[in-house]
Design a protein around this ligand. Sequence first.
Ligand SMILES: [Mn+2]
Length: 361
Amino acid sequence: MADKNQIQRRLKELRSKLSQKGLDGALIAKRENYIYMSNFTGTFANLLITHDKAILVTDFRYVEQAKEEAQLFDVIQYQGSLTVTLNDLVSSNNIKNLGFEEDYLTYKNYDDLLKKLSISKLLPLGRAIEFLRLIKDSEEIQVIREAVRIADEAFSHVLKYIKPGVSETEVAAELEYYIKVQGARGPSFDTIVASGLRSSLPHGVASHKIIEIGDAVTLDFGAIYKDYCSDMTRTVFVGQPKEELKQIYEIVLKAQKAGVEGAVKNLTGSEIDSIARNIISDAGYGEHFGHSLGHGVGLEIHEDPRLSQLGSLKMNNGMVVTVEPGIYVSGLGGIRIEDMIVINEDKPMVLTASTKEMIIL
Ligand SMILES: [Mn+2]
């Protein structure tokens, strides 16, 4: 989806990082990273980016697609051994210090490259591309907006299907079907539909449990649109819930709103996490909120920055994150509310439009 200007900008930024790190080139094999750097969206490619060359190596299945999508790259088809082709390329481009994706390349592949490429050093890229991906440009935000819009529409659509006697999987299937019909490639992860006592499972993927009167139903789902993800959570009640669950709902809602308002430029992920976490702790449910407040979303459903107690990165304009506090009480149920937002100076843009007020179906 990225146009030539975006790709050119990204290549320029990566090359300046290569200079800073003393690298002659970068080898990129992680799908989200090669989509970002080249615009090629197939399932297999290795990019070799040097200071003056941008090369995409793929196999027979993808040559035509790669030429169409990765217009700023020289597309090379390998046959037989990928490492032989890569070795020809590093030799002909005089690459001595080659950067690799240290949290993606397997030990086996690392060992293989080290043995078979005639280079001096294989060095970690230090998450250079993930670092570029932290800040979304306006074109990316437009695409993410559409992924969020599809999820919002799917939520209001599926409310009609949530009733006693229907199983969690039926609700999930309807959500996912609707997401696809709306133009998304599919769900951005296994849809979570957790009802009744199962709602205390923070990641309760839809099961065959039948929804009953009095259940809290947590729906956590998203859409992939043009390779970008959305992510949202709402908890709705089917009939009147127990009083404690309603009280918990209001605490989570208060924490969620405070987290969204507090997500401003220059605060760290852990500072924002604390804003919401303190509200939940003060209400006496601290130990029932056992996960982080949120995470970055983009080409990956979970990416940096993290809004967690360990999140040391400072927020900056154009970062897209979720804010999703929850309280889970075993034997009673759980509540989670999640929106996606864009960091924007001292007031974030909230992308998720669905109501957060209590819904009793
Ligand atoms: Mn999430």
